[in-house]
Design a protein around this ligand. Sequence first.
Ligand code: URA
Length: 278
Amino acid sequence: MDSNPTYQGIDIDADTALALLEWQGEMGVDEPILDMPVDRFEIAARPKAETAPPLPLELQAPTPARPVADPAEDAAAHVATAEALAAGAETLDQLAAAQEGFDGIELKKGARNFCFADGNPGARVLILGEAPGDEEDRQGRPFVGRAGQLLDRMFDAIGLSRQAVDAEKAIYITNVLTWRPPGNRDPSPEEIAVSMPFVRRHIELAAPDLIVLMGNIPCQAALGRRGILRLRGNWTEAFGRPALPMTHPAYLLRNAPAKREAWADLLSLSARLDGQGR
Ligand code: URA
């Protein structure tokens, strides 16, 4: 018996079927609608079921007024819950548990893993990225895909690494979002807003000396401004600490000439750590 599934009329083996499914996931398909296909033509052609004639109007029960959900109210309630959960966390472990358990962000339903942080939480430098991508979503750690490997090489070049035990030589890495947006789209303003109470508390608890805002999304979240190509390299303040916007390593992978400016920014960070920079 031929038990292979078919795809557009072609027999495919289980490995191919799995590869197709993974490909759909990478393209952002995050929700199967039903387990079984539905033939809508067949349903439309079915004879209508016999129904009782409607009651005269005066005998019908009044339709109860249905409360209409107000998305703005819902969003504000989710932010308030996030604030309360974040404020209640006294340690990074407690914060991670509280954030992972928080259901006020739809992205959680489509993501594979919660992606909180990586590196040494005692590091002097905290890197705030955008959101997990596919590889981060698989592993549950930030910056472990191609962009993350470049990030590691960049910081290695100034003597900093996420594996370092010595806080002076270490980095700590987190993102504005802890759940992957489908298809790697930009996070929406609502998703950022509901994540920010956790980000603020995260930074308070980790208490780094310096923050790197890696790309547009953390600049938007922390400074209320985008335009990383203008912001990069200019020290500013975020979360009450000195902060340096830098171009995202994913951008550097596509634009090799921009690595020159990124190198200048890394040197500026290194000088600041040594107490020489402005
Ligand atoms: N890009 C980010 O900003 N963060 C990650 O964790 C991965 C890619």
